[in-house]
Write a protein that binds this ligand. Structure first.
Ligand SMILES: *Cc1c(COP(=O)(O)O)cnc(C)c1O
Length: 385
């Protein structure tokens, strides 16, 4: 493990007394403790030298609308002296969340209109998205389901509601792949995860189950033996997580992915492209290289959805395409994800690529390669009769 992971140490200089005290707590490695010790109010944050009193009271207002939660673990990875710290920016509310722009929407992907039953979105022919809770270990400021946060009131589907979803899937033999998502499904009690996965696995036409979770990144303590014993029973299961920045790859997060991998559960990553956080080729390249070292496959690079309260974190489409251009050829193909935009209104995901075809006729295509050099490709010769 050691030689394959780059250890990112806790930034010592910004460790205030509060955090030092937490890290020394004997329960640091228990996920229930991490949950109970979360920072959910601005006033609980360790002192931020750069935060003025006025700004602080503005942030309290933001929390009224869009709640906050930060685990002590995730907080320990931040440099709190830097207001632009890439992890801090993903978790600390911003006054910009209150600006309502005409370009963003509560539910841009129309998940609710495409929902035949509470919690389920059935958009593609062969797979469904099953949102089983609205709660998360950390509330990412860029969340695509910010509308579900429900003023901090955490909701978990009841067994009856879960059964409703299972019945729907049962009635739809075309469904081969069930994405269990949220919120974060791994925040459910382990016994309920067992109930849910068992119910899905009993449906004969379901081939794979995907667990979409950010706990390896924000609360790796959740990946414990008991949980893995449960998940392992219902394979084939795939796990998709969301590392957005190299600073999130720590010895602890790497070890949690390793535990999952060792149970025969492939781990893939879905990065969200975020302005001022990871929107540069250097950062994404470094992130993806480090992901490969911990055997996590970069699957998607997401254009940030136009969700109300996240507009300040969105980049232009061209930024993502340019990043893709800087990856291809310069990093192992395994480290090149697909850059996708989820179309507004529920059109689904569309992959975007740099243009490699320079010109095209019936007989030949002129390509540029990753370095910008031109190459001619001849189409198959067709002999005239
Ligand atoms: C993203 C998504 C999926 C899964 O898409 P893949 O391209 O197979 O990863 C399924 N359903 C919904 C509603 C989605 O948004």
């Amino acid at each position: 493990m050691k030689e394959t992971t780059q250890l990112i140490d806790i930034p010592a200089k910004s460790l205030d007394a509060w955090l030092k005290n937490k890290i020394c707590d004997p329960r640091w490695n228990e996920w229930e403790w991490q949950i109970s010790q979360r920072i959910t109010r601005i006033g609980q944050m360790p002192p931020l030298s750069w935060l003025t009193k006025t700004k602080e009271s503005e942030l309290k207002n933001v929390c009224e609308r869009f709640p906050m939660a930060i685990t002590p673990y995730y907080l320990s990875l931040m440099n709190l002296d830097d207001p632009d710290d890439p992890l801090l920016k993903q978790a600390l509310p911003s006054t910009q969340e209150m600006l309502s722009e005409a370009t963003s929407f509560e539910d841009p992907l129309n998940e609710e209109a495409n929902s035949p039953i509470n919690g389920l979105t059935h958009r593609y022919p062969d797979r469904v998205l099953f949102v089983v809770t609205n709660s998360c270990a950390v509330y990412c400021r860029h969340c695509t389901r910010k509308r579900l946060w429900g003023k901090g009131r955490e909701k978990i589907l009841t067994k009856t509601e879960i059964q409703g979803g299972l019945d729907y899937i049962m009635r739809h033999p075309e469904v081969k792949d069930v994405l269990v998502s949220g919120g974060d499904p791994l925040l459910l009690p382990t016994s309920l995860i067992d109930y849910l996965l068992q119910g899905i696995r009993k449906i004969p036409h379901v081939e794979i189950i995907r667990i979409c979770t950010r706990v390896p990144v924000v609360m790796p303590q959740r990946i414990d033996r008991h949980l893995l014993d449960v998940i392992e029973k219902y394979g084939p299961v795939w796990l998709n997580t969301q590392f957005n920045h190299p600073n999130e790859i720590t010895e602890k997060s790497a070890a949690s992915c390793d535990l999952v991998l060792r149970r025969g559960i492939p781990v893939s990553n879905q990065t969200v492209l975020l302005k001022g956080i990871n929107d540069s080729p250097e950062i994404i390249k470094k992130l993806n290289r480090q992901l490969l070292k911990i055997k996590v496959r970069p699957y998607y690079l997401f254009q940030c959805d136009p969700v109300t309260g996240t507009e300040h974190l969105r980049t232009n489409i061209s930024t993502g395409i340019q990043i893709m251009d800087c990856l291809r050829g310069y990093i192992s193909g395994l480290g090149v994800p697909q850059f996708v935009v989820d179309l507004p209104g529920g059109g689904g995901k569309v992959p975007l690529q740099p243009q490699y075809i320079v010109s095209q006729t019936e007989d030949r295509i002129i390509f540029r390669n990753y370095e910008g050099k031109l190459f001619v490709h001849n189409e198959p010769f067709v002999r005239k009769p």
